[in-house]
Design a binder for this molecule. Structure first.
Ligand code: MN
Length: 473
């Protein structure tokens, strides 16, 4: 659908971007703080660096931070927004009509852009921005159109797409659509190797029990986060953890052993009253970054994206951007430490959430209000894990709320089945936020909002009734 048109538009906008570069303009890049946001920020930064421009890149939590920052920029600087912006075109246009904006995003667009602005968004060409391409992919296509040398950035575009869980639309976890074209670029350039396997975390370098305990996508109740449970589970299946004195890793298991683990997990899950189909999420394509060291999380594109996500959600965005731009050494060690701590915290959060004490079942939605118990920046990761692990009823979307200062951060996720029935969470978040004095938007399967603290109950009631309207019709 519309691929050619989309790519043509990118080609056309390149002339304008090149003109800005030739005129020696200053660039200011704003990117969102999740893995796709930092990846797209890094891709744009490398593109500008290679074009010998002067630029500053910064990450932002939300659109407000951009709206506050723009008036303080040098008056003739070029402003690039990545992984944020398309959902707020009217506000941007109202406030910054006279500025030059370039928006590289994949969220559902709302409103029109000012004439002369560049707005690259797959939705404008009937391409599904929730599944077929991420903002990192958009930034990558722009960078590649500007200069062929930027093909080296294709693995980072893959990392960004996986960070946004764009591999979840297919039966087996695999990137599709324009993402697949980008994967092919990376494969052709010898930068990525694709294979089929079980997607355990650290499959090529973590001891089996640690890899199993570290896997959170899907989240395996009572095993994810617990080394002791992982060990006793593997022992019960008579899987050898060691070969002589060396710990074995998943990548070296034979097919028979992999099958034993897969079937063993299904049996185990049904024995503790969880759906055995959770393990289906373990099967898919592995995207390996061939040039990375074997023993780092950068080797596996999904782990690379968790590393960026961890940096972004703990106030270490710049470390993530630097690593995605190519820094290694001391910075990578720091990033790995951040990742380990983040994963520990996330697994504590998941343990708390799967107990279901905090869940509230409304007519059409499941609401979880964590108050200040969970950092608002971690809420979207937690809701992604919950929703992707079949821990939720398939027929109700999840709406999670966390409080920071006088604001409530909302994160919403829907199953593929609900989206197939016509539910669009981006629309739900936008409408419910509008009616309660906040802002919201996103994708059909995953969306978010920010609302004033006193409006939680009203917001949930609005969301419940809007979801109901979608599902009744
Ligand atoms: Mn994104």
């Amino acid at each position: 659908m519309g691929y050619r048109e989309f790519l043509n538009t990118i080609d056309k906008s390149i002339d304008k971007i090149r003109e800005f570069i030739d005129k020696g303009k200053n660039f200011n890049v704003f990117c969102h703080i999740d893995a796709d946001g930092l990846s797209s920020g890094a891709i744009t930064s490398v593109m500008l660096l290679r074009a010998n421009t002067r630029f500053i890149t910064r990450s932002v939590r939300n659109i407000e931070e951009i709206i506050e920052a723009i008036p303080n920029l040098p008056p003739d600087s070029i402003i690039i927004l990545t992984d944020i912006g398309s959902g707020y075109l009217n506000i941007l246009r109202e406030k910054f009509r006279e500025k030059s904006l370039i928006i590289l995003d994949h969220h559902q667009p709302d409103g029109e852009v000012e004439e002369g602005w560049i707005h690259i968004n797959p939705h404008l060409y009937n391409i599904d921005g929730a599944r077929e391409i991420s903002s990192s992919g958009v930034a990558y296509l722009v960078a590649k159109a500007l200069s062929e040398e930027n093909v080296t950035l294709s693995p980072i575009a893959v990392v960004g797409a996986l960070g946004d869980l764009q591999d979840k639309s297919s039966e087996k976890r695999e990137l599709d659509g324009l993402n697949k074209m980008i994967v092919e670029d990376a494969v052709k350039a010898g930068l990525i190797k694709v294979s089929d396997d079980l997607l355990f975390y650290g499959r090529s370098y973590r001891p089996l029990h640690l890899a199993l305990a570290s896997t959170t996508s899907p989240y395996i109740p009572t095993i994810s986060g617990s080394e002791a449970h992982a060990v006793s589970f593997l022992n019960s299946l008579k899987i050898k953890l060691k070969e002589d004195d060396r710990w074995r890793v998943f990548a070296e298991l034979d097919e028979e052993e992999k099958k034993t683990i897969y079937n063993g997990l299904m049996k185990y899950l049904s024995s503790i009253n969880f759906p055995p189909s959770i393990v289906k999420e373990l099967v898919g394509k592995v995207y390996e970054l061939t040039k990375e060291e074997d023993w780092t999380p950068l080797k596996d594109a999904r782990e690379f994206s968790s590393l960026l996500n961890a940096c972004g959600k703990t106030g270490n965005e710049w470390i993530g951007i630097a690593v995605a731009m190519g820094s290694r050494g001391e910075l990578l060690l720091q990033a790995q430490k951040i990742l380990e701590e983040y994963r520990k915290k996330l697994s504590e959060i998941m343990e708390y959430l799967v107990k279901r004490d905090t869940w509230q079942e409304l007519k059409y939605i499941i609401a979880i209000d964590v108050g200040t118990a969970i950092d608002d920046r971690m809420v979207s990761s937690a809701s992604s894990i919950l929703s992707s692990s079949e821990l939720l009823p398939e027929d109700k979307p999840l709406i999670m709320l966390a409080t920071r200062d006088d604001k409530v951060k909302v994160s919403a996720r829907a199953s593929r089945k609900l989206v197939a029935k016509g539910l669009n969470l981006g629309f739900v978040m936008k409408k419910a936020a509008e009616r309660t004095g906040g802002v919201g938007g996103g994708h059909d399967v995953a969306a978010g909002a920010e609302i004033p603290l006193g409006k939680k109950t009203m917001f949930l009631a609005e969301a419940d009734s809007i979801v109901g309207e979608f599902l009744k019709s």
